[in-house]
Design a protein around this ligand. Structure first.
Ligand code: FAD
Ligand code: NAD
Length: 465
């Protein structure tokens, strides 16, 4: 057998790659991870999940103080925004967590190869001018912002920005136009709206948040409008003109019609992300990509090229950190000869706005395409804890197979929906019926009782509505 430098070489140290590398090392495999960024953790820790949540959390407190939520509970404050400090704690969170991965690499004896890796052949890559060989190479190169043709993103200038630029703004824009009513647009749009910006979201489709349950998408629109966002649905952007520190965004109805011009101090382009494969040298190993530019794998995360594996945002499926992490664990276990499995039917998704929006499994629309379903719904307004906490918005919806009662999907809009959805994912992973959830004792008073009540509503017997 050939003598390799490593058993496993992972390309990319995002949540897919770093988790895969650590697990491979834990399983006794000699492991390296190539990462071109100056810090580990990928999009998620550097410019994604973590910094966006740092700003969402802080801006939520600001809005609670400013908008009267605290006053309702007898706490009168007049907040003053110190954006430098708010941005400082975001940077601290990123620094702490990315440094933590570096510590974990050292602890688990994963070698960090600093630089961008390029394939020379299926078992050889070049990183920063040096060549390394490995028996197994895992592509975990993640994704980057999808550009909008004709619209130039310039994060340094700070007028037309992507999500990375929108995290870095040094002042609150008076007017912000967000192109794309998906997860990034709504999360980062919410941050700057809470801090004082007038935010307009331009979405090509007739509803926000494609891929989510239609009831949830409709309710989300109502909630964001109530919070003061202007939503322009079924609308397309036809051009963005930048003059100095201002932009003019031309929009028209998606079906065609009169053009309207929106003025903005900041335009956020958030129309999706695409896989990172450029410069990787896939041609050197004869690995083709699908029509969406992704690398296809089998259930074990093996590509068509022997010894080359792929995980995370670079392969099909939702572009989510926890999906990438689970694939990282599974690929390492498969390489080690164990059985690594990811159930792609049960990957929760959460939008970290306020209220949070979360779901797992099938939408009602998708479930109905497969057969008859029963649906139970329960409003957060009737949940004692949410009502007491002045958090009346939202609902829980449980979708079950009409014949077997097996739960097919759960959707929530609630202040802590992201935490609540975990129990639904676990129940579905164990093949639960709605009755199983309904007869599980839930602590009182908790928001999670709304999941129990929605499950009870599947058979028409909730208590509190
Ligand atoms: P990435 O995290 O993209 O990491 C890939 C790494 O590979 C990068 O660091 C890159 O530098 C490196 N790389 C690329 N090419 C090479 C090469 N040739 N050689 C060496 N290194 C290379 N997901 C959630 O689940 N929850 C959230 O709250 C959430 N919030 C987000 C907020 C924002 C603003 C954004 C942009 C994304 C968010 N996501 C969230 C999505 C999440 O960040 C991604 O799904 C996740 O990071 C994908 O992990 P990955 O390991 O596949 O790739
Ligand atoms: P997205 O796919 O969630 O949303 C993009 C939106 O832009 C869609 O609604 C789409 O219809 C719309 N769109 C596309 N082209 C358009 C155009 N020309 N004009 C107007 N609208 C247009 O993508 P995103 O918000 O950029 O996020 C990228 C990825 O990052 C997502 O896959 C998401 O899963 C991930 N992410 C996850 C989280 C989270 O889990 N909380 C947070 C941020 C990002």
């Amino acid at each position: 057998m050939a003598d390799y430098d490593y058993d496993v070489l992972v390309i990319g140290a995002g949540p897919g790659g770093y988790v895969g590398a650590i697990r491979a090392a834990q399983l006794g495999l000699k492991t390296a991870c190539a990462e071109g960024r100056e810090t580990l953790g990928g999009t998620c820790l550097n410019v994604g999940c973590i910094p966006s949540k740092a700003l969402l959390h802080a801006s939520e407190y600001f809005e609670a103080a400013k908008g009267g939520a605290m006053a309702k509970m007898g706490i009168k404050v007049t907040p003053e925004l110190d954006l430098d400090t708010m941005q400082g704690q975001r940077k601290d969170a990123v620094k702490g967590l990315t440094g933590g991965i570096e510590f974990l690499f050292k602890k688990n004896k994963v070698d960090w190869l600093k630089g961008y890796a390029q394939f020379k052949d299926a078992h050889t890559v070049e990183v920063a001018g040096k060549t390394y060989t490995a028996k197994n190479i895992v592509i975990a190169t993640g994704s980057s912002v999808t550009p909008l043709p004709g619209v130039e993103i310039d994060n340094a200038k700070g007028v037309v920005v992507d999500s990375t630029g929108a995290l870095e703004l040094s002042s609150v824009p008076k007017k912000m136009v967000v192109i794309g009513g998906g997860v990034i647009g709504l999360e980062l749009g919410s941050v700057w709206r809470r801090l004082g910006a007038e935010v307009t979201v331009v979405e090509f489709l007739d509803q926000l948040l494609p891929g989510m349950d239609m009831d949830v998408r409709k309710e989300a629109s109502k909630i964001f409008k109530k919070q003061g966002m202007t939503l322009k649905l079924s609308t397309k952007v036809t051009g963005v003109e930048v003059k100095g520190k201002k932009a003019k965004v031309s929009v028209e109805p998606a079906a065609g019609g009169d053009t309207e011009t929106l003025e903005a101090d900041v335009v956020l382009v958030a129309i999706g992300r695409r896989p990172n494969v450029e410069g990787l040298g896939l041609d050197k190993i004869g690995l083709e990509r699908n029509a969406r530019g992704q690398i296809e794998t089998d259930h074990d995360f093996a590509t068509k090229v022997d010894g080359v594996w792929a995980i995370g945002d670079v392969i099909p499926g939702p572009m989510l950190a926890h999906k990438a992490e689970d694939e990282g664990l599974a690929v390492a276990e498969n390489i080690a000869g164990l059985t690594g499995i990811v159930n792609h039917d049960v990957i929760p998704g959460v939008v970290y706005t306020q209220p949070e929006i979360a779901g797992v499994g099938l939408t009602e629309e998708a479930a109905k395409e497969r057969g008859a379903v029963k649906v139970g719904k329960f409003p957060m307004l009737a949940n004692s804890r949410a009502k007491t906490n002045h958090e009346p918005d939202g609902f829980v919806k449980v979708i079950a197979d009409a014949e077997t009662d097996r739960v097919l999907g759960v959707w929530c809009i609630a202040s802590v929906a992201g935490t609540m959805i975990a129990q639904a994912a676990q129940a579905m992973e164990f093949g639960a019926t709605s009755e199983d959830i309904a007869y599980t004792c839930h602590a009182h008073p908790t928001h999670s009782e709304a999941i129990k009540e929605a499950a009870m509503a599947v058979t028409g017997k909730p208590i509190h509505i």
